[in-house]
Design a protein around this ligand. Sequence first.
Ligand code: URA
Length: 237
Amino acid sequence: MERLQKVMAAAGIASRRKCEEIIEAGRVKINGMVVTEPGSKVDPSQDIIEVDGQIIEKERPVYLLLNKPEGVITSVTDPQRRKTVIDLLGTMKERVYPVGRLDYDTSGLLLLTNDGAFANHITHPSHELDKVYEAEVKGHISEQTLERLRVGVELEDGITSPAQAAFIRFNRQRGTSVIHLTIHEGRNRQVRRMCDRVDHPVVTLRRIQLGFLTLQGVSPGQFRHLTPEEVGRLLSM
Ligand code: URA
């Protein structure tokens, strides 16, 4: 027997946490009976599980690496009808969802999957992967300021963990500096808030690396499937 939200996540419905909310909202039936208790035990080979009246079946697991453009929301649906990362995938029959998130104005590397266990593994705080961001910031950033970013800066939700920060180039015409910032945490709008804190607001932001994964060979708006080796490596980290 397995926990209902685990079976739902494995079928690609949503992350385990989201599935708990779906259960609590009374949208799930086991053998025709509504259940509202996350953690209810089911036998996926015997029990008939319905979500919003649709019987769920185990999907082939899918793992995608997307190069998200700016102006696209990291969400499966958007009430304001803005373009979502799912809209970029074309006609994919598996119901994938994003692993973590990038802001509307941030571009770059984003993983999507229908494998709830994989998504939980990647986003679990104890396995947070290094994330490398290329930020174009206002002004000429000094070595001392980069050092403040490395050591940690005070944000409303606490001091940031040690980071790596490298100066890449100064753009005289735009009056901006390009830096690479490697962070381990994934707080909301963290890079933008860190750069604001040191008075070099972000002009553009792009995630260029996640763990060992890069954007190589994937143009903005395009995606590729991860190889089984890459999935295995991510799960063993
Ligand atoms: N940090 C940010 O500020 N924005 C993102 O999208 C990701 C990290």
